[in-house]
Design a protein around this ligand. Structure first.
Ligand code: ZN
Length: 78
C-alpha cells in the first residue's frame, strides 16, 4: 500500500495515483506534499492585490446600518 495516494514517476516525473507510471511503466513513488505554514507568506502580495494600503480602501468596506435605522425597522425583513 502506498504511503499516500499521489505518486510521481522516478524517471519521467509524471504524476499518477498508481505506483507504476502509466506513461512509461517505471516505478512511481509518493510525491512530496506541498509545504504548508501557519504563517501567511503571501499576505503582503494579497494586500497589494486588494490595495489595502491605499487611502480609500477603508471606505470600500461594508457597514452596518446605524442603531436608529436598526430600531426603526427600515432594514430588510425576511
Ligand atoms: Zn514515467
Amino acid at each position: 500500500m502506498a504511503r499516500q495516494r499521489m505518486q510521481q514517476c522516478l524517471s519521467c516525473k509524471a504524476f499518477s495515483l498508481k505506483t507504476t507510471c502509466p506513461a512509461c511503466g517505471e516505478v512511481a513513488q509518493a510525491a512530496a506534499p506541498l509545504k504548508w505554514s501557519p504563517e501567511d507568506h503571501r499576505a503582503a502580495l494579497r494586500r497589494k492585490m486588494n490595495r489595502v494600503e491605499e487611502p480609500g480602501w477603508a471606505s470600500t468596506l461594508p457597514t452596518l446600518p446605524t442603531l436608529d435605522e436598526m430600531m426603526s425597522g427600515d432594514g430588510e425583513e425576511e
